[in-house]
Design a protein. Structure first.
Length: 180
């Protein structure tokens, strides 16, 4: 979770996007603390994955703020980093060998290039919205929606609504893609 996209991080961010309808989700990989074992998923398992009492917040950020977030999450790559961005609603290609702050090469929001001047709705957790993990500029972004619901409850409800899931039902496609 702290160096790459996984099917579990995609599941968590997809649940956040589904709940809010936000254009984009950016959450810190350090907030996703464990994997789920094969078999039945219990609420205890969900607590293990999301042990913090984080709630869901939707901010308004321009494309430049989103790019800054992606760069920030990649600053220590390939080292483990709790601030590593786990995302939904976008894919980004990055050059791990490029200097810190200029690693992101391309960001696609859906099938469109990220517009640095456009305003986007961005779902995140309350820790990051308060500047946690070094995302200080999130604190000055307008808050459009503060769900007050725990992320673990949102994930649990998302899973219950889908019933039985096979591994193939959850995308493992990388959303932050290193290129050489």
């Amino acid at each position: 979770m702290r160096t790459r996209t996984t099917n579990l991080s995609n599941l968590v961010t997809d649940a956040m996007k589904d709940y809010t309808g936000a254009d984009i989700v950016i959450t810190n990989g350090g907030g996703i603390r464990a994997s789920l074992p094969a078999g039945d998923i219990t609420m205890g398992g969900v607590y293990t994955v999301l042990p913090f009492d984080n709630t869901l917040v939707v901010l308004e950020l321009d494309g430049a703020g989103i790019l800054k977030a992606l760069e920030h999450g990649l600053k220590l790559y390939p080292e483990q980093n709790g601030a590593f961005s786990q995302v939904a609603g976008l894919t980004a290609k990055f050059d791990p060998a490029a200097p810190v702050g200029s690693r992101v090469l391309e960001v696609m929001v859906g099938d469109e290039l990220l517009d640095l001047n456009k305003k986007y709705t961005v779902a995140t957790n309350d820790f990051m919205a308060a500047g946690g993990d070094g995302y200080e500029w999130f604190m000055s972004a307008p808050v459009l929606f503060n769900a007050g619901d725990m992320l673990r409850d949102i994930l649990a409800n998302y899973l219950m609504a889908r019933g039985q899931l096979a591994p193939s039902d959850v995308s493992s496609e990388p959303r932050l893609i290193p290129v050489k």
